[in-house]
Design a protein around this ligand. Sequence first.
Ligand SMILES: C[S@@+](CC[C@H](N)C(=O)[O-])C[C@H]1O[C@@H](n2cnc3c(N)ncnc32)[C@H](O)[C@@H]1O
Length: 275
Amino acid sequence: MEALLEITETELADFIQITNNLYGLDFSGYAQESLRRRVLRLMKLNTCDSFTSFKYVLANHGVSDDYLLNEITVNTTEMFRDFEVFKFLKEEVFSILETYPRINIWHAGCSTGEEPLSLAILLKEQGLLKRSVQYCTDINSEALSKAKKGIYELKEIKEYSKNYLRSGGEFSLSDYYVAHYGKIKMNKELGQNMLFSKHNLVNGTSFNQMQVIMCRNVFIYLTSEQQNRVLRLFVDSLAPRGFLILGAKESAVFSPILNELEIINGKLKIYRKKR
Ligand SMILES: C[S@@+](CC[C@H](N)C(=O)[O-])C[C@H]1O[C@@H](n2cnc3c(N)ncnc32)[C@H](O)[C@@H]1O
């Protein structure tokens, strides 16, 4: 019978300290329960039957930092995720963006690139793609290299197509990719103004004069102290009257930084810098 793997609170704290000291990774802000589940999964993958043996693997650099990051961070994403947000951008925000000669957009925690691609499609349909620059950052370099390739599973496309139309897409999603052996490759044109870079929101530097920052489903992994620090980074990176979009389950309501932001749509977590 397979022994039940367990990990105590002290061991979890040990994991956080070792990965911080030896790998330079900071998992201290991650929600304890999901971190515990992911460490247990890592132990299993490395055929360790106790935390002590896993600690030995870690201490001897038996795994790479990218591997650790991949297993600990959750990269789940999809095209036109929460389509109401994209619909709102198209209907209410694009007309404001149209007034800028150059539109800077930061996708913070872009994962494998489905979010920037979704926005690129809508920007193209509005004739705004050529003057937009999409800065796509993530802490996970493996997710970023997937984003750069723009190749995805065909099986997801039915749902994505539905959400593209619900977002106000004007044609067919199939106009934007070619399918081949169960995969789809997104049209190159969509990625022509995307810049990818590895960036840790918790200790990273700010960007300049962003008209839009999308950071969805990333805050859930951070402590409220880290969230506040990241919000500061976002407000500093926004151009006057720039838009900040958080994930459906996230908000800036409890942060003192809120008084620098106006709530544009509370349900969709869309904020705007006051000045
Ligand atoms: C659940 S995905 C969300 C992807 C996309 N924004 C969406 O909503 O579909 C969370 C992403 O945040 C990234 N992430 C987690 N902590 C981060 C940090 N401190 N700095 C930058 N990215 C981080 C993960 O690597 C992952 O790709």
